[in-house]
Design a binder for this molecule. Structure first.
Ligand SMILES: [Mn+2]
Length: 471
């Protein structure tokens, strides 16, 4: 598996280089050019992004090598019905496992992987036949043809109704078990019921031979390949733009939802696909509610506002939190709590390197809070008011997959460091969250461009507060 992951990194080097080149100098960004721009796929104008077929091919090889024996079957997400399910037709988001192994955003498709002679992966994509009448309404879609096969880098793309035959044939040729992703998102799917309780797929398959593919894919997903890191960097940069927009707009009297609007406007302006999670803009007492996302309060002079946001780009999401003084300057007390939290974050970052666990980093941050509290939190030390975990992995899910037994950090893992202190009696909450990439020797701040020290925040609030088009 190690070798496979390295192979992925090598084959995606060109894409990483391209992404790095795209981003330009960190300080001198031309904001007229959206960060999320991409060259459309000619076969899918307006919808498809180019896929590095070598990258997804390497992931498929890694999955098959990992499962050992059997056939791998992976469904795409369904399209929602415009009339029946949802008011917007633009709300499709691909299933993560399918995206990881194909890079395709096609709805209702399936991927079948099996071994063909030695280590060769036989990958078949199954998609609905083209429907010109429907495409007139909803745009071009992939069909079962050579275009789809080329875009996904698979041997062949067949019509959906060949699914039973293709899986049955693969099982007859190489034997079981059948590996399918079984999780919260698929458990209610009709195909799971069929798979687990009825004999299907040419009569070859029986329910007892089904294994869950998720632990295998999740384990691979924990170490990001170069393509994933490039996507995460893009999501982080767009999220930083959201924070910069918030800094420009912030002033007493503004409503939390207005700040949310400015932030999410910046996300879309810079090409984000959607938010990775509901934007948290919690001021004053709301700063102590960890997942406050109602965003309905008017922000007042003297408040702090906790802004915990993440843009999603190319299926990957960032997660960055800043705590800002609404009036432009921290009070002495706010600043003291802020600097304590900042110090805890810095201590955890400096301890980050391969081999360390997130639990150890959490302990380091808590120890820092306890050791440096002084009388800041009264009779207790401030670690008493640090009520959530310090970190989570970051990727296609904002709280990305973490499999048991894989607790030690490895190069290529991406996670958050987000200490917070929330003395409840005071209507005062401070959280600082950054996204971090584990390197061979330590770690890299991915979100360093978002102002973080109190001095820089106050300087930027003073200097940037000129936003002619803001409400
Ligand atoms: Mn987080």
């Amino acid at each position: 598996m190690r070798v496979a992951v390295l192979a992925v990194c090598a084959s995606a080097a060109s894409l990483a280089a391209q992404a790095t080149g795209d981003s330009g100098g960190a300080g001198a960004r031309d904001t007229a050019v959206p960060l999320g721009r991409y060259a459309p796929v000619a076969a899918l104008p307006g919808m498809g992004r180019p896929v590095d077929t070598a990258v997804v091919g390497a992931r498929r090889r890694a999955v098959l090598a990992s499962v050992g024996r059997g056939v791998v079957l992976v469904p795409a997400a369904h399209a929602r019905d415009l009339e029946r399910d949802y008011l917007q037709d633009n709300d499709f988001r691909q299933a993560n496992t399918f995206f990881y192994l194909t890079g395709q955003e096609t709805a209702g498709a399936w991927l079948v992987l099996s071994r063909r002679g030695g280590d060769t992966v036989d990958a078949t994509l199954l998609v609905s036949p083209r429907n010109p009448a429907a495409e007139r309404w909803t745009g071009l879609r992939l069909g079962p043809d050579s275009t789809a096969a080329a875009l996904a880098g698979v041997r062949r793309a067949l019509p959906l109704d060949s699914l039973d035959a293709v899986v049955g044939q693969a099982l007859r040729r190489g034997g079981g078990p059948l590996h399918v992703p079984l999780d919260r998102t698929t458990e209610r799917e009709p195909w799971v019921r069929v798979l687990l309780h009825e004999s299907r797929f040419g009569g070859v398959f029986v329910g007892a031979d089904t294994r869950n593919l998720r632990p295998v894919v999740d384990s691979l997903r924990m170490v990001k390949d170069a393509d994933e890191i490039a996507r995460l960097r893009r999501a982080v940069e767009i999220t930083v733009e959201g924070h910069l927009a918030a800094l420009r707009a912030l002033r007493p009297g503004l409503w939390e939802y207005q700040l949310e609007a400015v932030i999410e406007g910046a996300f879309r302006w810079h090409g984000a696909d959607r938010v990775g999670f509901p934007s948290i803009v919690g001021s004053g007492p709301n700063s102590t509610t960890l997942h406050y996302d109602v965003n309905r309060r008017q922000m007042l002079e003297g408040d702090l506002v906790v802004i915990d946001i993440g843009a999603e780009w190319g299926q990957y999401t960032a997660d960055i939190t800043r705590t800002l003084p609404v009036g432009g300057r921290f009070s002495a007390r706010q600043r003291a709590v802020y600097e304590l939290v900042l110090g805890a974050q810095q201590a955890a970052f400096e301890a980050t390197r391969p081999g360390v666990t997130l639990a150890e980093l959490h302990r380091i941050a808590v120890d820092y809070l306890r050791a440096h509290s002084g009388s800041l939190c009264g009779e207790h030390t401030c670690d008493r008011y640090c009520v959530h975990g310090l970190s989570h992995h970051l990727g296609m899910d904002v709280h990305d997959v973490a499999v048991p037994g894989r607790g030690r950090l490895e190069p290529g893992m991406v996670f958050t460091i987000e200490p917070g202190v929330y003395p409840p009696a005071e209507r005062l909450g401070v959280r600082i969250e950054d996204d971090v990439l584990v390197t061979a020797t330590g770690a890299e701040w991915l979100s360093a461009r978002a102002p973080r020290s109190p001095e820089e925040i106050e300087r930027v609030l003073k200097g940037l507060r000129s936003c002619p088009s803001c409400p």
